[in-house]
Design a binder for this molecule. Structure first.
Ligand SMILES: [Zn+2]
Length: 343
């Protein structure tokens, strides 16, 4: 079943599109091949009962993105103030301007506890030398010395994320949060991020999905050096079952990238099918034992820069850990490197 897109054109720079009278959609520029993130404004009231707008996801830290917020607040909100900022997860395109917005506008931040503290943890000065755990992850996956150096030279979370607010309001799974006249249910999931927040409004039949559900691209699901034994693909597949069980297929999905769409359940199934196909393709490459880096080269079969390669290897390791957990693959440590084969 194909998806339906009720809004064919995204908002232009500095503009908003009204999804409903209570929800505005804007796009913040990203200096990446994925060149935008969708942010949303929800009609709200502040603690004093005054009309205003709640920001949902903020964009990446940068002058153009900041200027766009100032323009939007000045020209698109009929003079109403911002009431608060909600962030779905700690990735720079979502949380990047949260600190700046909260600080400049003196409004509170709402997010999940894990995502807040991930942001705080990454939002500190990087170490002079990479941690031994990071080196060990590189050793075990087979990432080359050249790629390691290029990657570590470009650790720039701090540049992409403005200083995180000193306080936050915790949202947790199942919470019902009142935003203006509407009640939204918090649904949290793991796999792409550790406690990713989605908001579902039953009355309006709208889901703000962050990176949990995107209409055409699939979100990155990676093992990272900070949790080298993790099985995020298991979490990710379970998250799709959770979304299908808790949110009806008829919902309008407002994703963090690309266009709003109808067809949630078909999209959830398509993403799970995609990962099952990748698992089969990956197993098919293991006629002889291979490292995660070797598998990545064969599976992606195109030039990747050091960061793309890091993400791709992380995805391959996520799929390998899923296969290990299921007993469909095994691995052996040879020297410093893990070699994988079917079991
Ligand atoms: Zn993300």
């Amino acid at each position: 079943m194909s998806l339906r897109y009720p809004f064919q054109q995204p908002p232009g720079a500095g503009q908003t599109v009204s999804i409903t009278p209570d929800i505005k959609w804007l796009r913040s520029p990203l200096p990446l091949s994925l060149n935008h993130i969708n942010c949303y404004l929800l009609r709200d009231q502040n603690a004093a009962g005054e009309q205003g707008w709640c920001i949902l996801d903020t964009g990446m830290n940068g002058d153009a993105a900041k200027q766009q917020w100032l323009d939007v607040i000045e020209s698109q909100l009929e003079g109403d103030p911002i009431t608060r900022v909600i962030v779905t997860h700690h990735h720079p395109d979502h949380v990047g301007l949260a600190g700046w917005l909260c600080d400049t506008l003196q409004v509170p931040l709402y997010t999940t506890e894990t995502e807040y503290f991930y942001t705080r943890a990454f939002n500190t000065a990087p170490p002079q030398q990479p941690y031994w755990e990071v080196q060990r992850y590189f050793d075990q996956t087979g990432i080359s010395e050249t790629d390691r150096k290029a990657l570590l030279a470009n650790q720039d979370y701090n540049h992409l994320v403005s200083a995180v607010p000193a306080a936050f309001h915790r949202l947790k799974d199942g919470d019902r949060i009142q935003i203006g006249c509407q009640q939204w249910e918090a649904i949290t999931t793991r796999g792409h991020a550790p406690e990713h927040l989605c908001l579902y409004c039953r009355e309006q039949n709208i889901l703000i999905s962050g990176d949990q559900v995107l209409p055409k691209i699939t979100s990155n699901v990676s093992v990272s050096p900070s949790q080298p034994a993790d099985n995020p693909l298991q979490d990710w597949i379970e998250a799709h079952a959770t979304m299908a069980a808790r949110v009806p297929d008829s919902v309008l999905v407002l994703p963090a990238h690309q266009l709003p769409f109808y067809g949630l359940h078909a999209r959830l199934q398509a993403v799970v099918d995609h990962h099952q196909e990748r698992l089969s393709a990956l197993l098919g490459l293991l006629q002889e034992p291979k490292t995660a880096q070797q598998i990545t080269r064969e599976l992606f079969n195109k030039p990747l820069d050091s960061f793309q390669n890091f993400l791709a290897v992380g995805e391959v390791v996520a799929h390998l850990h899923y296969l290990l957990q299921q007993g469909r693959a095994k691995r052996e440590l040879v020297g410093h490197m893990y070699y994988y084969e079917p079991s």
